[in-house]
Structure formats: C-alpha cells, structure tokens
Design a protein. Structure first.
Length: 356
C-alpha cells in the first residue's frame, strides 16, 4: 500500500490538468489579453535584483545569527531568534489565509474559466484539503519508518543480551546497565523522531512558499505600470517576512554543516526572481487572464495554502506551543512575548495583503 501512495498523489494532482486540457478551448475566447503600455524593461529587470536582495537578507540573517558562534539560553541573540521564530509562525499563517486562499477563491470564480470549473464553488478548499492530506500521509510514512527502526534496534539489543551469560551479581549489574541504556536509547529515538518531523515540516514549508513565489514573480512581471511600483514595494516586505519565517525554521533542522541551510536558503531567494524572469520573457505573448493561467494560479495557491496551514497549525502552533511541555512551563513573560511576536507577524502579513 505504501508504494501506491506516490501514484495516488500523482493522480490527485494531475487529474485537474486533464480536465483543463479538455475544456480550455471553450474558455480561451472569453478573456482578452490586456496590453502592457510603457512596459519599462529596465525597471522590471531591476525589480528582479531588488527582490533577490530582500529575500537574501530575510532568510540568511536568522541562519547566520544562529550559526556564527554558540550562544547561551536567554542571551540577546537567543531572544532575537525566538522572537523571529514566532513572528515567522504568524507570517506563515497569514500568508495562507490572506494571500493564498483568497487569491485561489477569486481565480476559481473567474469568468475566464470554463463553466465546468465555475459549477462548483469550493475547488479552492478541495485542493487545499488534498495537499494537507498528502502532507499527513508523508508524516505518517516517516513515523512508521521510525517505528520500524525502533523495533529493529530493540530486537537486536534483546538478542545480544540473551546470548550473554553472567553470574547473579554480574547479571543484576548488567540488567541495571541495560535498563539505563534503554532509557537513554529511547530518548535518542524520541529525539530522532522529533528531528525527522521537524525536517519534513521545514521541507514542506519550503515547498509551499516556493510554489507561491513562482506565481507572484510572474504576476509582478506582467502587472500594469500604475500598479507595478505598489506591488513591488509590497512584495519586498512580503519576501523579507517570508524569508525570516523560513530562515528561523531552517535553524530548527540543526544541521552541523552549512551546506543544507545554504541550499534551502538559496532555493527560496531565487524562486521569485525566476518567476520575474519568466514573466519578463513571456510578457509579449502571456495572457494572465487566459483559462490556463488563471487555473494554474488557483490550483497552486490552493495547494500551497494547504501545506502552510497544516504546518502552521500542526507543527508550529500546536507542536511548539500547546503540546510543548517546555513552553507550557515557561514564564508568563516569555509566553506573552512569543504570542505578541506571532500576532505582529500575522498582522503585518495581513496588512500587506491589501496590496499584494
């Protein structure tokens, strides 16, 4: 059954595009491409590098602060990174609720789509639900794999212990040592489980952000002159806040080397510029109001929203706050600061939703 999961997910994701291919011809004539007067190519190219720089600062500052040298609990750097982490949780939640889902709902209700897509008003929720189901299956597969590793190691330890012969005092000493080792080993496995879930969560978080980044890059490159500067300014803050959110989560993966954090950071910072570059390259023929463009944006935004919502509620808010003994036992002042940072992040990202 486990081997069929990727195939099932593939069918789930590819089926809508098959429907699109059958109905696209009926919808293409309904929407006409808007001409972009005074395209101002230098400004569009400049926006690529502006967003590249802003995204770099947002994602790499938390990573560098965390890795330049060890820091103690309660230090200024620890407080800054903690504030950034909870600020990022609010950003992620608001990105899904304010930036992705409303955009997906609007696109699924577009008159540019064929009647088949407009006949059901909850496609955004359906695709959002599908991606959250897929993420749950992925986490379940990881947990099942860890359970198998734990059982195999436990069985191996019992087998080794049964083949040893000891005198009664030695046996008692051996059992005490083995019991202690079992507690230590169990703790290690628990930490491995937690680390595996954190790593999966960060990778899925990056996937959701990257999918959305491509869309906003293409959108920026094909925005009219009157709205372009406003959208660019909004996206500068948008990318910076998302970078902070992702950078603080990359720190949670606890990689000893710089390689993976750098790769994850670079993947984030190049996605929106790549989208801008694609948009510039196709601007003369690209029709953002075509059925295929509107539908692709709607589906990708819905899937990304599901990924971010699952991460925000299950891994971040629930796992790190409600179900964390460490957080529950922390001081009232610490909790208050964390919640304030989270609400500020959500509020600022929601405010940016007025323009982007």
């Amino acid at each position: 059954m486990e081997k069929l999961i990727p195939f099932i997910l593939f069918i789930w994701l590819i089926l809508p595009f098959g429907v699109l291919a059958q109905e696209e011809a009926a919808a293409d004539d309904e929407c006409i491409r808007e001409d972009l007067d005074d395209y101002n190519m230098p400004l569009r190219i400049g926006s690529l590098f502006i967003i590249l720089g802003t995204s770099s600062v947002g994602v790499f500052v938390p990573i560098i602060l965390h890795r330049i040298r060890p820091y103690s609990k309660g230090s200024i750097r620890d407080w800054v990174l903690t504030a950034g982490k909870f600020f990022g949780t609010g950003v992620i939640l608001a990105t899904a609720f304010v930036h992705m889902l409303p955009e997906a709902l609007e696109n699924f209700g577009s008159p540019c789509l064929s009647p088949g897509w407009q006949s059901y008003g909850s496609f955004a929720g359906v695709f959002c639900m599908i991606s959250s189901f897929a993420l749950q299956l992925l986490e379940l597969s990881a947990a099942t794999y860890m359970d198998k590793l734990r059982a195999k190691r436990h069985s191996s330890n019992e087998c080794n212990n049964s083949h040893d012969s000891f005198s009664e005092p030695d046996l008692e000493k051996k059992n005490n040592n083995f019991e202690h080792a079992g507690h230590v080993h169990g703790g290690v496995l628990f930490e491995e489980d937690e680390k595996a879930f954190r790593n999966i969560g960060v990778m899925m978080l990056e996937l959701g952000i990257v999918m959305h980044s491509i869309i906003i890059g293409i959108t920026l490159a094909n925005t009219g002159k009157d709205e372009f500067v406003t959208l660019l300014i909004a996206l500068v803050f948008h990318q910076f806040f998302e970078g902070v959110a992702l950078g603080t989560r990359i720190n949670e993966m606890e990689h000893k080397s710089w390689t993976k954090p750098l790769l994850l950071g670079v993947l984030f910072i190049i996605m929106t510029p790549i989208g801008v570059a694609i948009g510039i390259g196709i601007h003369s023929s690209f029709n953002p109001n075509s059925s295929s463009s509107v539908l692709a944006n709607a589906i990708l935004d819905s899937l990304s929203a599901g990924i971010l919502l699952y991460n925000a509620y299950v891994s971040l808010m629930s796992g790190e706050i409600n179900h964390s003994i460490k957080f529950r036992q922390s001081s009232f002042g610490y909790k208050l600061i964390c919640f304030i940072c989270m609400y500020i992040g959500a509020g600022l990202m929601a405010l940016i939703g007025k323009w982007a």
